[in-house]
Design a protein around this ligand. Structure first.
Ligand SMILES: Nc1nc2c(ncn2[C@@H]2O[C@H](COP(=O)(O)OP(=O)(O)OP(=O)(O)O)[C@@H](O)[C@H]2O)c(=O)[nH]1
Length: 211
């Protein structure tokens, strides 16, 4: 059984945040608390992870003040979330890495435990969340949530090779491995859990949401 102490959570806060005006999203206030701190507290309160890392590429001293090791991308020029995955896999000392973006403040509290259970059950390499997303036809099909992944740490070499060859898409890399999609559409699941705040308006919307 995968124990919480076997899992390091990596908070992805290394993006450009262009739709937010180019600001460092993790440091934006969410109900009076920086998004990265809110994410840390939510991960702590769920108890499913034993260790944490912050992945950031700007304001490193500010991030360090949250009391968790900060790791930056080795890949240059904001290469995308996979650059963050690689930084996390390089620095984590546990057998599993959980990736959680800083801009999805209502993410499920049982994220780690459900991904871990699915990884074990299916003997998979990667467990990726999937969640209902409204489409233009008023339907809510399940869609992969590629920045919510539980990864085996031994995938580091694979990701190194993939990114060295120029690969940048999360799905293109995870598709090379045994990946299980874990649906978060069960009774009791918050349909807004994977709502991510890319713009100032969306951040205000998230603040108004009461889970
Ligand atoms: N380490 C790292 N993380 C990234 C990078 N780009 C995006 N991310 C993270 O991946 C997650 C999803 O990012 P996006 O919303 O697609 O990109 P963003 O940079 O946050 O925002 P936009 O520039 O508006 O697209 C967020 O948690 C980002 O912090 C990157 O170049 N490096």
């Amino acid at each position: 059984m995968i124990d919480a102490s076997d899992i390091t959570a990596l908070i992805l806060a290394g993006g450009r945040g262009m739709r937010m005006g180019g600001v460092d999203k993790g440091l934006l206030s969410f109900n009076g608390v920086p998004l990265v701190q809110h994410t840390l507290q939510r991960l702590q309160s769920c108890g499913g992870v034993g260790h944490m890392l912050i992945n950031a590429n700007r304001h490193l001293n500010t991030y360090a003040a949250f009391g968790v090791p900060v790791v930056s991308d080795d890949l240059a020029n904001f290469a995308g979330p996979l650059a963050g995955f690689l930084a996390g896999l390089t620095h984590c000392t546990t057998p599993y890495l959980l990736t959680v973006p800083c801009d999805t403040p209502m993410f499920p509290l049982d994220l780690a435990s459900r991904l871990a259970a699915a990884l074990e059950t299916h003997q998979a390499d990667i467990a990726m969340a999937s969640a209902p997303v409204a489409d233009d036809n008023g339907q809510q099909p399940l869609r992969p949530q590629p920045v919510f992944c539980l990864l085996r740490a031994e995938l580091r070499n694979s990701l190194t090779h993939f990114t060295q060859a120029g690969g940048r898409k999360v799905g293109a890399w995870t598709g090379q491995h045994h990946t299980v999609l874990v649906p978060f559409d069960q009774a009791g699941d918050d349909p807004q859990a994977f709502f991510n705040a890319n713009t100032p308006t969306e951040l205000q919307q998230a603040e108004r949401h009461t889970p």
